[in-house]
Design a protein around this ligand. Structure first.
Ligand SMILES: C[S@@+](CC[C@H](N)C(=O)[O-])C[C@H]1O[C@@H](n2cnc3c(N)ncnc32)[C@H](O)[C@@H]1O
Length: 263
């Protein structure tokens, strides 16, 4: 037998053995979005790691939920409004928000898409999703609303099922290796041509002193200062999006950006 044939049959045997070891998917579970081997790009070397687990993130936001409107939401208002302007939601649209937090963005969107539109919101934290549900119930715009506790790495939505996705102060909370996975999921569920609007702490090529101090604090207290700036433009482009509009601002001196991009 030639060496080539020996290695071919060995490879086949290995494949067969691995295939038999795979567990069947229980029939009552929905198959998660297609496996995505998103490439880890060069921007990843520039961002600080996220040292806390998803379970810790969920617990943090569950605890923060009753206070979120007082603690964080006011500082983020201007940037969120900029994201909404870039999104330019139209009546009747179907829009997903990832990381709904206290529901301020969804409440504004409910007024914009109106009763013919539909909104979906997901959040890792059940308590945050509940705060949003109460806010939207008070708004009562008659909009169709689905709120789900879920991880953005596994969006529980069909392919090409939404017109637009919005995310504010959420992508930069995620582990570096999760970011391309989440953006690949966004591309999967967006219609063609769909749009995505992301608002986040911004990391430029030459970070300012305040940004470097903030990142040092994030590294020192990773569970308290859980988000870190990311080079959002490069992040979106490396996931295949075409950037269309940007807004730049600051929160307490820290650069913030909002970017709209096409699928
Ligand atoms: C800083 S808050 C921002 C909330 C809101 N977007 C805003 O602008 O006020 C981030 C939210 O993202 C959620 N989150 C974090 N990681 C997530 C993930 N992997 N999937 C879904 N939601 C996530 C958190 O639970 C939290 O509610």
């Amino acid at each position: 037998m030639t060496p080539g044939r020996a290695s071919w049959s060995q490879a086949l045997r290995r494949r067969w053995t691995n295939a038999k070891e795979r567990l069947p998917l229980p029939h009552h579970l929905a198959r998660p979005g297609p496996a995505v081997n998103a490439e880890i790009d060069s921007w990843t070397a520039r961002v600080a790691p996220v040292e806390r687990s998803k379970a810790q993130a969920r617990a943090t936001y569950d605890r923060l939920a009753p206070w979120y409107d007082w603690v964080e939401a006011p500082f983020e208002r201007r940037a969120r409004a900029a994201g909404l302007r870039l999104l330019g939601a139209r009546p009747g649209e179907r829009i997903l928000e990832i990381g709904v937090g206290g529901g301020h963005t969804l409440a504004a969107l409910a007024r914009q898409v109106g009763p013919d539109g539909s909104l979906m919101g997901i959040d890792l934290s059940l308590r945050m999703a509940q705060v949003t549900r109460r806010r939207l119930a008070r708004e009562d715009q008659g909009v169709q609303l689905a709120l789900i506790q879920a991880d953005a790495c596994h969006l529980p939505l069909h392919d090409a099922s939404v017109d637009a996705i919005t995310m504010s102060f959420t992508l930069e909370l995620m582990a570096t290796e999760d970011i391309p996975v989440v953006l690949a999921q966004c591309r999967r569920v967006l219609r063609d041509p769909g749009r995505i609007i992301v608002v986040s702490l911004a990391l430029g090529n030459t970070p300012s002193l305040i940004t470097r101090l903030y990142i040092a604090a994030h590294r020192r207290w990773p569970r308290t200062i859980d988000c870190r700036p990311i080079p959002l433009h490069d992040v979106l482009v490396s996931s295949g999006f075409t950037v269309e509009g940007t807004w730049a601002g600051t929160i307490g001196g820290l650069p913030v950006t909002a970017i709209s991009a096409r699928r």
